[in-house]
Write a protein that binds this ligand. Structure first.
Ligand code: GLY
Length: 317
């Protein structure tokens, strides 16, 4: 049985105010990629690794998420992106940190996975690797949207803490129907027709982050994990997921006899919470379970399973 799940970030406090006018394109993006990739995973023509790479690339290309085009801006008003990808059956992985001139950071991370060594490259080193792979280096300004520029100005003018406009105001802005920001790290987890698992995650980080700040997303075991039992992609305040080694903790939990994916993932979110880990995660198991828990107002999310696509933003009802 094949499975594909995606997230487009989590955030907010308090009750969910319903979708904003900005949400239909985000949901349409998730629905389109799930409808396209799910059947190909199921008929065996697409591996789990390819599915998560293509899913994350599609969300990096949709300007409404905080990854690729539409990434949030750091303290200087510039884009700087992180991404990682992992294959479950052999633990192969690739990651990029602090890249600016790459359209699809997950594609570069995938190139590193395929190369085998090194696993992780940062900044200009990652961009040089991408160029050698034939990826066109871009002007980072082409990744900046009006939404992110407005969000950054709000952060600067109000002297907010880094990330405040990403996480705290998501629910409020939904209430107001006047969204100038929102969560949006993206991720995908997949189980293919051959029982193989993979996970991928990509982000612009947090609005106003210090230059050089690294969150959980590019760190294998923190934001992304895949082994022969489970694949995981996390979203939330990166520092907390780093401190908890959150994604890897799901892998550890699934090694126990009779481990139940829902219980394991809830326990991991319990571990993350004391560190200020507001967010969620998505996970699929080799047994064909899928869970998408979150501890904040909303998490953009979607699943392809048994030929059907479901997407959601607010709490499960
Ligand atoms: N979870 C994304 C970040 O904190 O950068």
């Amino acid at each position: 049985m094949a499975l594909l799940a995606v997230h487009g970030g989590a955030g907010g406090d308090g009750p969910w105010g319903g979708p904003t006018p900005m949400d239909p394109p985000r949901l349409a993006c998730m629905e389109a990629l799930l409808s396209d990739l799910g059947p190909r995973l199921d008929d065996g023509s697409l591996s789990a690794l390819e599915a998560v790479r293509l899913a994350v690339m599609a969300m990096e290309d949709e300007g409404g998420f905080n990854a690729g085009v539409g990434s949030v801006l750091d303290e200087t008003g510039a884009v700087s992106m992180d991404a990682s990808i992992m294959r479950g059956e052999d633990g192969a992985a690739g990651a990029v940190v602090g890249v600016r001139r790459i359209q699809n950071p997950i594609d570069t991370a995938h190139g590193l996975l395929q190369g085998g060594w090194p696993l992780m490259l940062c900044a200009e080193g990652a961009e040089a690797f991408a160029a050698k792979q034939g990826q066109r280096l871009i002007d980072p300004e082409t990744l900046v949207t009006d939404l992110r520029r407005a969000q950054w100005r709000k952060w600067r003018d109000a002297s907010l803490r880094p990330g405040a406009t990403d996480e705290d105001d998501a629910a409020l802005d939904h209430d107001l129907g006047d969204e100038i920001d929102g969560p949006g790290t993206v991720g995908a987890v997949a189980l293919d027709a051959h029982g193989r698992l993979a996970a991928a995650t990509s982000t612009g980080g947090m609005t106003g982050k210090p230059v050089g700040r690294v969150g959980d997303t590019p760190v294998i075991g923190a934001g992304t994990w895949a082994d022969e039992r489970v694949a995981v992609s996390c979203t939330g305040v990166g520092e907390a997921y780093l401190r908890a080694c959150a994604a890897h903790e799901v892998g550890v939990g699934m090694r126990a006899d009779r481990a139940d994916l829902r219980t394991v993932c809830d326990h991991v979110l319990d571990l993350v919470e004391p560190y200020g880990g507001r967010g969620g995660l998505i996970a699929v198991s080799a047994d064909g379970d899928v869970v998408l828990p979150f501890r904040v107002t909303l998490m953009y999310r979607g699943v392809w399973r048994n030929g059907a696509v479901t997407t959601a933003i607010g709490p499960d009802v």
